[in-house]
Design a protein around this ligand. Structure first.
Ligand code: HEC
Length: 208
């Protein structure tokens, strides 16, 4: 009899222990002996996330992202492939135009300053190696033997100032290159090319 009660108690405990609290909610996290990667830092589609300042989990693609499998015909508009108009070509009719295109939306001094800052960044990254940080054509490439040495345009001289070389022309040279210089239309979005034009004018104005 004694053993029957002990066994009965053991079975009762087991049944309650295994089935009794199924489906109940607990306020504390369960004791996980084997976590099995149950909790991970990850983003779920369409779900909010505390990680980003705006609380949105789904992010937009980075500016200038090219869709996988895109051929040259469907490059994003930022690179201007196949587009017409001053903003994309630098040309007004059959001449190169002067002035910043309205698509840049330069409405305040702040806007212009931001464009120049961007222009400086992009110039220093892409152009300074050859044309020099000041634009004088004496970038580090001149220290090496080769076709470039001594043949890089000094952009601070008259032929490249606004009268002889309009803004649209400089934009065109950046886009498609000239002579020994390669073009940047596949590397630099349209807006960045104009930013460089603006920065180049600033370099010229400050070179006295
Ligand atoms: C790899 C070196 C190199 C880089 C990088 C380079 N250039 Fe040039 N650039 C040259 C050379 C060399 C010339 C002279 C071209 C010629 O007449 O053969 C030139 C010429 C020019 C000209 C004058 C075109 C003319 O009418 O003769 C401009 C304007 C110019 N570059 C702007 C830029 C800008 C802006 C960048 C950055 C986006 C840049 N370059 C990057 C090498 C370079």
């Amino acid at each position: 009899m004694k053993y029957f009660f002990l066994a009965y108690l053991a079975v009762a405990l087991l049944v309650v222990g295994v089935l009794g609290f199924r489906g109940d909610k607990f306020s504390q996290a369960p004791l996980e002996v084997f976590p099995d990667m149950d909790s991970q830092d990850k983003l779920k589609g369409q779900k909010p996330s505390g990680f980003f300042a705006d609380g949105v989990g789904s992010r937009k693609p980075v500016m200038g992202t090219v869709p996988r499998g895109a051929d040259s015909g469907v490059l994003p508009i930022e690179f201007g492939a196949g587009r017409t108009g001053y903003y994309f070509t630098g040309a007004l009719g059959d001449k190169f135009g002067n002035g910043m295109p309205e698509e840049l939306k330069l409405e305040s001094t702040e806007d212009s300053r931001a464009l120049l800052t961007r222009g400086r960044e992009m110039y220093d990254v892409n152009c300074a190696i050859c044309h020099g940080e000041s634009g004088n054509g004496k970038g580090v490439i001149n220290q090496f033997e080769g076709a470039m040495k001594g043949n890089i345009a000094n952009l601070l001289t008259d032929p490249f100032k606004q009268v002889a070389a309009p803004d649209g022309y400089i934009y065109e040279v950046i886009s498609n290159g000239k002579g020994l210089m390669g073009g940047y239309k596949h590397n630099l979005p349209v807006r960045d090319r104009w930013a460089i034009v603006a920065y180049l004018r600033a370099l010229q104005a400050s070179a006295k």
